[in-house]
Design a protein around this ligand. Structure first.
Ligand SMILES: [Zn+2]
Length: 314
């Protein structure tokens, strides 16, 4: 089994901090089937671990899983009907709509007056629920996903889904690159972010969401798991979520690939007050506030949605 380097600083000095058993994983993840999971990782259970990078503190899964194991995990252990049902959840729809709404507001903050042929790509579009919300006159939406079941579903509902990376490259350049709940799953983060740089226009917008586990929350989980209790969240799952981002590692990653951080969804929500909602200055202040709090806020994991601009020069 090969190991990978830290997805943030690329060094290989990391130490195992959490080891999971199939039972510990399934106890907090009801969409997992324990028997199938055990079969998938048989003989490799001691590799279901998270490590912490000695250099930058990033928590990630060092093991590079082979495609066969991953296919079994994604195809057989996950209950796909439950996954599709989640698309119907009102809270999920509200979150997606809010991301779209914030993107529109961001356009206005950046001086745009109307939607003129925006080309938007949703990488990891899943069942197509974000495409549903963003599609419309003046906005051309495209999706990409690796799950055939989801692609077929989105295509049947009329969405333009790109089938290969080659076809994806022919779409270039795009104005907006959306990547919701993708980066935590990706073994080769460098490949994906370089792909984003290739496809996105200079000054184009990158919007992505990941789970944000602020450092003290990670420590709480380490304590739980090392005493053989299930983690506090089903999202601590080294088979699916191979990268455990927090606010700091997200910001470092943006900098590394030369994206200009604009805001998080949380800060954008704060500016949604009549009178000040169109002020980029106020947005910057709330960003600073959030950064300060990111070192203190520890209660639970937070979904962080990041809005960033593709800097033109490398
Ligand atoms: Zn590192």
């Amino acid at each position: 089994m090969n190991k990978r380097n830290c997805p943030v600083c690329e060094t290989n000095k990391a130490e195992v901090i959490m080891t999971f058993t199939p039972e510990l994983l399934c106890a907090v993840n009801p969409t997992y089937k324990v028997e199938e999971l055990r079969k998938a990782i048989i003989g490799k259970d001691d590799l279901v671990t998270y490590s912490e990078c000695d250099v930058c503190g990033m928590v990630y899964c060092e093991t590079l899983w082979d495609n066969d194991t991953l296919r079994i995990v994604y195809d057989k252990t996950i209950d796909h009907e439950k996954s599709l049902e989640k698309v119907l959840l009102l809270n999920k729809r509200i979150a997606i709509t809010r991301t779209w709404n914030n993107l529109l507001r961001l356009f206005t903050l950046l001086g745009k007056k109307k939607l003129n042929d925006i080309k938007l790509l949703d990488y990891g579009c899943g069942w197509g629920d974000f495409l549903d919300v963003a599609n419309g006159y003046g906005v051309n939406v495209y999706g990409y996903d690796e799950d055939k079941r989801k692609i077929d579903f989105a295509k049947k509902r009329g969405h333009k889904i790109v089938d290969s990376i080659e076809e994806l490259k022919s779409l270039s350049p795009v104005d907006v690159f959306v990547m919701n709940s993708v980066l935590e799953h990706v073994q080769d983060v460098d490949y994906i972010l370089k792909l984003v740089k290739t496809l996105l226009k200079p000054n184009g917008l990158l919007i992505f969401s990941v789970n944000d586990y602020r450092s003290k929350y990670i420590k709480k989980n380490v304590k739980k798991v090392s005493s053989n209790f299930p983690a506090l969240s089903k999202n601590f799952n080294p088979l699916e979520h191979v990268n455990i981002y927090d606010y700091k590692s997200v910001m470092t990653t943006l900098e590394k690939y030369n994206f200009e951080f604009i805001s998080t969804r949380l800060s954008l929500d704060f500016t949604n007050i009549p009178g000040i909602r169109n002020s980029i200055f106020f947005l910057k202040c709330t960003n600073k506030l959030e950064k300060a709090f990111s070192n203190i806020l520890t209660g639970k994991e937070i979904g962080i949605t990041v809005y960033a601009k593709n800097n033109a020069t490398n």
